[in-house]
Design a binder for this molecule. Structure first.
Ligand SMILES: Nc1nc2c(c(=O)[nH]1)N[C@H]1C(S)=C(S)[C@@H](COP(=O)(O)O)O[C@H]1N2
Ligand SMILES: [Mo]
Length: 407
């Protein structure tokens, strides 16, 4: 039987971000706030951020920066389901000149450096064989605001991540159309542009990785076309890898040989080669390598840090875990700051690159309680108790204490 297919029935609709109204993203005008403030617990204490519903296609988000937009997903959203709704999915752009209006009929994806140049309309791509899977999109600097001592960069709490069901064409299929010759790498670029004479935001992958059949050029997210702020009409999905590689509004693919000298590969997004991407705080002189695969993490989502919870002799807990570049094998929970642990019940497996929900119920007494969750992935990697540190604020994956008051 034919699957209901909203993408072939009609081509992707033209996406226009600014339709007038109060918000002029491009002009950097003040945002209409929805009133509330988010309380984020950073390493140096609580900080407030405005909540906003002022961005087109987005519900209530934590406003980290206006232009270009950095919008964080409130933790409570992750408590509502294993997939992060498109209208609550975090947003991150590097350059202020982001696409505000894309004509889906005129849009083209070009592939150069192969045996023949290829230029594809969206309609062409929609006719190609598709793949689909769940995968977590997580910023390399997710949870950076919890680094101690603090480091510069976007001060995210834990909401610079989201899990979606992605659908698109395997990058391999597209590269085969171009004819892979002797290239060693593949570079990806999007429609956004820097305002000054600096390197555009471009990332590259080794050819073997690009051809693994999993790396995807996606046109759909959770069964809908991509929101413009999340990369309409096409974005790269590199499952298991940090989202710095997940180039949005992807319109250029280039096969090349040799080392990528672009700033975003050669200079930015470098992590220490040391275990756990961990160096002594303050150190800047260490062996570096480009960030790549994600690590195992978990979060309690049924309570926010600092919450007051009415007393009952057992406290029900819920949360989410991710394995990094493999599945989640186990999640343990603690209500005594990590002295004793109990296995949580894992919810349905949605695929090894996605979130896995868990739940548990723990005996608690009245007073201050520190809740924790600790995940183990399919490779046996366990979240460490101690946080890592590096100057970029990358790859945090320690057990996150969630202090609450049972009253
Ligand atoms: N074209 C383009 N793609 C991009 C970026 C960008 O600045 N431009 N930022 C990357 C980074 S660092 C992140 S964290 C993710 C954010 O994806 P999202 O906005 O869909 O959540 O997009 C990635 N892809
Ligand atoms: Mo990022």
């Amino acid at each position: 039987m034919d699957r209901l297919d909203p993408f072939l029935a009609r081509t992707l609709a033209r996406r226009r971000l600014l339709t007038g109204g109060a918000l002029t993203l491009a002009g950097g005008a003040a945002l209409a706030q929805s009133g509330g403030m988010a309380q984020l617990l950073f390493s140096s204490g609580r900080e407030q951020r405005p909540l906003t519903s002022g961005f087109p296609g987005k519900g209530e988000m934590i406003l980290q920066r206006n232009r270009p937009p950095l919008l964080e997903t409130p933790l409570s959203v992750f408590d509502q389901g294993v997939f992060t709704p498109n209208d609550r999915f975090f947003v991150r752009w590097h350059w202020a000149d982001i696409p505000l209006d894309v004509d889906a009929d005129a849009f083209r994806l070009t592939i150069t450096g192969g045996k023949q140049p290829v230029s594809l309309f969206l309609a062409d791509i929609l006719k190609m064989p598709r793949i689909s899977y769940a995968a977590v999109n997580q910023c390399s600097g997710n949870s950076r605001g919890l680094f101690d001592p603090r480091v510069p960069g976007a001060q995210w709490a834990h909401g610079a991540m989201g899990n979606a069901m992605w659908e698109g064409v395997a990058l391999k299929t597209l590269l085969e159309k171009a004819g892979v010759s002797t290239a060693s790498h593949v570079r990806f670029g999007g429609l956004d542009k820097p305002l000054t004479q600096v390197d555009p935001f471009e990332k590259s992958l080794a050819l073997d990785h690009a051809m693994n059949g999993e790396v995807m050029v996606a046109f759909a997210m959770n069964g809908e076309q991509l929101p413009l702020l999340n990369g309409f009409p096409l974005r790269l999905i590199v499952p298991g890898w940090y989202s710095t590689y997940w180039v949005k509004s992807l319109n250029q693919i280039e096969l090349f040989s040799g080392k990528d000298a672009n700033y975003w590969m050669a200079k930015a997004y470098q992590i220490p080669t040391a275990a756990g991407a961990n160096v002594t705080p303050g150190t800047t002189d260490f062996a570096k390598t480009p960030i790549s695969t994600m690590n195992v993490r978990s979060w309690i989502t049924s309570a926010e840090p600092g919450a007051r919870i009415p007393y009952a002799d057992r406290l029900p807990l819920r949360g989410i875990a991710m394995g990094g570049d493999t599945g989640v094998k186990r999640v343990e929970v603690s209500a005594d700051g990590g002295q004793t642990w109990q296995d949580a019940k894992l919810d349905k497996d949605q695929g090894r690159y996605g979130f896995r929900r868990f739940e548990a119920s723990l005996p608690v007494a009245r007073g201050q309680v520190v809740l924790m969750s600790r995940a183990t992935n399919a490779d046996g990697a366990v979240q460490p108790m101690k946080a890592n540190w590096n100057p970029g604020g990358y790859m945090r994956n320690c057990v996150e204490p969630c202090p609450v008051e049972i009253a």
